[in-house]
Design a protein around this ligand. Structure first.
Ligand code: COA
Length: 250
């Protein structure tokens, strides 16, 4: 249990809101666990027809808490078991996934969007995946999904060069469906979820299953990325970059 993730069920729609505004919704281990539990129970709960991920004003999520990455460079040298439980839950969630994104969406805050079925972004959205700058590699099967979604060149710019996508660019790349004002983004996500929730649930599940396949390929890629990610966490490059993040305000 953590107050940093708020789960709410209403009219067949489960909203999973990341709620750690003071840290721009950087994801802690407890937050991963809470989001995983909410996804897994949504899968088996007939009353839940659609799941909406939301953040707070100005921050969808700043990605994995870098303190945990830094601790991993000094300790276990491994990305957390909690995050590695969250990723398969995203892949295998049996309910449609919608995201309402405003403000920063960094690292997994962006790569989780590649697993969503419908994404609304606010005009202030800034999507980025600075893994390589941190001495790390992309995760969440983004190394497979991003080139497929936006083509290898634009995926390289995002995943390797770390360029930031604004809202319109995210839409042009196919990551986002729609761009709305920041104050409207949550309502837009709920509106899309309501539309999905009114469709015949069996047919939605069948169509979605056809489009997404078994998820085996994604799971295999997540495992491969995870292996290399852990190797990178033990590199001097990662240690230096992560220490620099926390030293930047001193
Ligand atoms: N992990 C841990 N703490 C984080 C964080 C993260 N991923 N992202 C932000 N924070 C913290 C900051 O350290 C700061 O804490 P403090 O007030 O105690 O110093 C607080 O959240 C606010 O962040 P700040 O950097 O002051 O806000 P900003 O609006 O200037 O910048 C970001 C926001 C997200 C662009 C910037 O914080 C950032 O680049 N964060 C790192 C993102 C990242 O690399 N994620 C992992 C990707 S693999």
């Amino acid at each position: 249990m953590t107050e940093h993730v708020v789960v709410n069920d209403e009219a067949g729609i489960r909203t999973i809101r990341m709620n750690r505004p003071e840290k721009k919704n950087a994801l802690t281990l407890a937050m991963y666990d809470a989001m995983t539990d909410a996804l897994e129970s949504a899968s088996t709960n007939d009353a839940v027809r659609c799941v909406v991920f939301a953040g707070v004003s100005g921050a969808f999520s700043a990605g994995n808490d870098l303190a945990d990455f830094l601790a991993a460079t000094q300790g276990t040298g491994r990305w957390s078991a909690q995050a590695l439980r969250f990723l398969p839950a995203l892949v295998h969630c049996r309910k449609p996934l919608v995201a309402a994104v405003s403000g920063v969406a960094v690292g997994i805050g962006t790569t989780m969007l590649l697993h969503c079925d419908y994404v609304a972004v606010a005009t202030d959205a800034r999507l980025s995946t600075p893994f390589v700058g941190l001495g790390l590699v992309p995760e969440a099967a983004s190394s497979l999904l991003a080139p497929r979604m936006m083509g290898p060149h634009r995926a390289f710019e995002l995943l390797v060069m770390g360029h930031v996508l604004n809202a319109m660019q995210a839409k042009e790349c196919g990551i986002a469906n729609v761009v709305v004002a920041p104050e409207d983004v949550d309502a837009m996500g709920i509106k899309a979820a309501r539309e999905i929730a009114t469709l015949p649930a069996g047919a939605v599940a069948a169509a979605r299953g056809l489009m997404r396949g078994s998820g085996d390929e994604l799971e295999a890629r997540i495992a491969l990325e995870g292996k290399i990610f852990n190797e990178r966490l033990q590199s001097p490059e990662a240690k230096t970059a992560l220490e620099a993040f926390f030293a930047r305000k001193r």
